[in-house]
Ligand binder design. Structure first.
Ligand code: NDP
Ligand code: GDR
Length: 333
């Protein structure tokens, strides 16, 4: 039986990846940071029905000694480093913490693997945010980076350190440069889930409006379940490399709103308000990925369309809120 260690197992991707690896017959261990809210922290794993099938071990990405202890104790075949302070907007408020977790934390994991389990295969969760102020209209593995936030700068450091450990120490270390991917398990602060949650609340009469920031930005959105499959495929290759994972379609926040509200028969323009407080100090205006390399070498391709994903997310949020419904908002014809 193969063994995997996932950092960030309580997050969106960690939960879906754990499910995929369990289905493949892996023993799955997850690094869990200590919390006073331990009862709610495994909510995504519980939602997927796998909380009791994964083994959670206490540790923190910022604590090298815990990383060494955990990697040395488990001796995993594969390590997926998904843990991060992953919310871009928060990274301007907490730049040092973001650097410590998202940047240095990845190096702690690389060091732990190098020192106590160098044969393990390593996956680093890199990000399309590293392209930032885009240098090419469509971004691939060869597109120059231009990070636009403390988060993106921290990810870029972790990305290059992963390349560095591969080239310096011969480690099987790969970076997946993943474009935005969403699901019903997406954190509530990210725009897609904020919108689908808002749609559900408004539809059920629990809220009257939804406040958003920049509606003009566009993102290349895929489904997290498809994207964790790409992570796994990267570690099954003989040679470690870096891959862009994207759908090749970009959509504005405005159009995403139209789709999500439209799913329940509402006109988004009646409910969405914009607030300058939600604008970022520097914006990534457009992202659009070219995943040709992944399609060719990994034989990976997305299976879920944006329309299907939006419907799944809205329905999941409706189900979550239905228990505490007030009067529903009338559906427009
Ligand atoms: P989430 O924000 O949902 O999950 C982040 C995870 O990191 C959580 O399990 C969180 O634990 C954990 N974590 C945070 N700080 C620490 C710490 N100090 N020590 C240990 N664990 C910690 O992220 P996603 O699942 O969406 O993303 C997974 C990874 O992929 C992240 O690195 C993200 O930056 C990156 N990424 C995501 C993309 C996306 O579109 N989703 C696209 C490209 C890259 P807790 O539950 O305790 O908070
Ligand atoms: P992003 O995702 O920053 O791309 O990072 P997010 O959903 O937060 O923002 C996407 C775009 O929507 C605009 N926006 C808003 N965003 C949020 N969160 N809330 C709002 O109210 C709002 N209104 C407009 C933003 O300005 C932005 O342009 C995600 C994270 O998962 C990262 O960890 C990951 O690396 C990248 O995707 C790829």
């Amino acid at each position: 039986m193969r063994t995997a260690l996932i950092t960030g197992i309580t997050g969106q991707d960690g939960a879906y990846l754990a499910q995929l690896l369990l289905d493949q017959g892996y023993a799955v261990h997850g690094l869990l940071r200590r919390s006073a809210s331990a009862d709610v922290i495994g909510e995504r794993l519980r939602w997927l029905g796998i909380l009791d099938r994964v083994k959670l071990v206490d540790g923190d990405l910022m604590d090298l000694s815990s990383a060494i202890r955990i990697v040395g104790g488990i001796k995993p075949d594969e390590v997926y480093n998904l843990a991060a302070q992953s919310f871009v907007a928060a990274s301007w408020q907490q730049p040092l913490l973001t650097g410590a977790v998202t940047g240095m934390g990845a190096v702690n994991m690389l060091e732990a693997v190098r020192i106590v389990c160098p044969q393990a295969r390593f996956y680093q969760a890199s990000s399309s945010e590293m392209f930032g102020k885009i240098q090419q209209a469509v971004q691939s593995e060869s597109t120059p980076f231009y990070p636009r936030s403390p988060y993106a700068a921290a990810k870029l450091y972790a990305h290059w350190m992963t390349v560095n450990y591969r080239e310096s120490f011969g480690m099987h270390a790969s970076s997946g440069i993943l474009f935005n991917h969403e699901s019903p398990l997406r954190g509530i602060e990210f725009v897609t889930r904020k919108v689908t949650d808002g749609v559900a609340r408004i539809k059920l009469g629990l809220a009257r409006e939804l406040q958003l920031g920049n509606l003009d930005a566009t993102r290349d959105w895929g489904h997290a379940r498809d994207y964790v499959r790409a992570m796994w495929l990267m570690l099954q290759q003989d040679e470690a490399q870096d891959y862009v994972i994207a759908t090749g379609r970009t959509t504005s926040i405005r159009d995403f709103c139209a789709m999500a509200f439209g799913h329940v028969g509402l006109d988004w323009q009646e409910f969405v308000r914009t607030s300058a407080d939600l604008l970022r100090p520097a914006e990534v205006e457009v992202l659009l990925g070219d995943a040709t390399k992944a399609r060719t070498k990994l034989r990976w391709q997305p299976s879920v369309t944006l329309e299907t994903m939006v419907a799944e997310m809205v329905e999941a949020d409706l189900a979550r809120h239905r228990g505490r419904t007030a009067a529903p908002v009338a559906t427009r014809a």
